[in-house]
Design a protein around this ligand. Sequence first.
Ligand code: PEP
Ligand code: MN
Length: 336
Amino acid sequence: MILQLEPNLTEAQRKAILEQISAVKYKTTPVKTQYGDYLIGIGKGDFDIRRLGHLPGIKDIHVVSDTYMLVSRKWKVAPTVIDLGDGVTVGEGSLAIMSGPCSIETEAQIEGMVAHLKENHVRIMRGGVFKPRSSPYAFRGLGIEGLKLFHRICRQNGIKIITEVMQVSQVDEMLPYVDVFQVGARNTQNFNLLDALGKVDKPVLIKRGLSGTIDELLQSAEYVFSGGNERIMLCERGIRTYETASRNTLDLNAVPILKEKSHLPVVVDPSHGIGIRDFIEPMALAAVMAGADGVIYEAHATPEEAASDGAQTLNFPESAELIRKLRLAYQLRKGW
Ligand code: PEP
Ligand code: MN
């Protein structure tokens, strides 16, 4: 059960509401976000909401009893649109395109990528500075200094930044330099990190875990929302299956399912999803047709020289072609 509270609720009103809920042995968790004040009620048996409906201080009551509630469409039917400022949004009404290298490498690389994005009217650049790598000897990113450089160049050019945060201790130092925190597939269930991202007022994109279910992804999003941050995007990036012909299996089933279950925007990452450069385009276009609100993919001036994930990275002509087709696909979807 979700109780939406009035913004000017008094302590006496809160106490009266809590007393009614505990009288039927429901446990409550208070949730305060940048946009609202809620009480989450969990308990066994039916709760007659008429017991509460008349109490002052309650704006609305919603009966939701899934393992995730605040991210559910059962109480918030209208899709959430996330505003990144300066006219950049992610969610219903537009197709968000996020493009950039797997890893931030050099100043020249950032400048080249930014020029490519501007030429193609793309407003969000991806790029990792803290890289989760299977081998400890692989390139692990430029760290916070790389992020500062990334930020300086993007700010000068009106480009927003999405970059991965790997651990709680990085959240505060990264905060001034990011527009969207990315939670990587290896951290989808790092609950301490999700709690920490609940405390910041910056959007968070949560990738689906390598072997995570759709419900687990939604529960991870619930951590961030219940921690206090409503600005969340869900990302399908492929899962581990028995298939070895592709890096992962991009589960496009997840797109309409997530859209139906949740009001949060859904973004698809075809680069990690299939892992093969030549097939990024068809999978990205399929994602748009499946109903995705955005696509995030890897691009680099010279993918063969990229510090990481070159084999799934588009060069600039391929990227420009993909952007053109993504927009056409989105127009087609919008039109029917
Ligand atoms: C990435 O975006 O480069 C990345 C490491 O993604 P994932 O967490 O999906 O593997
Ligand atoms: Mn990558």
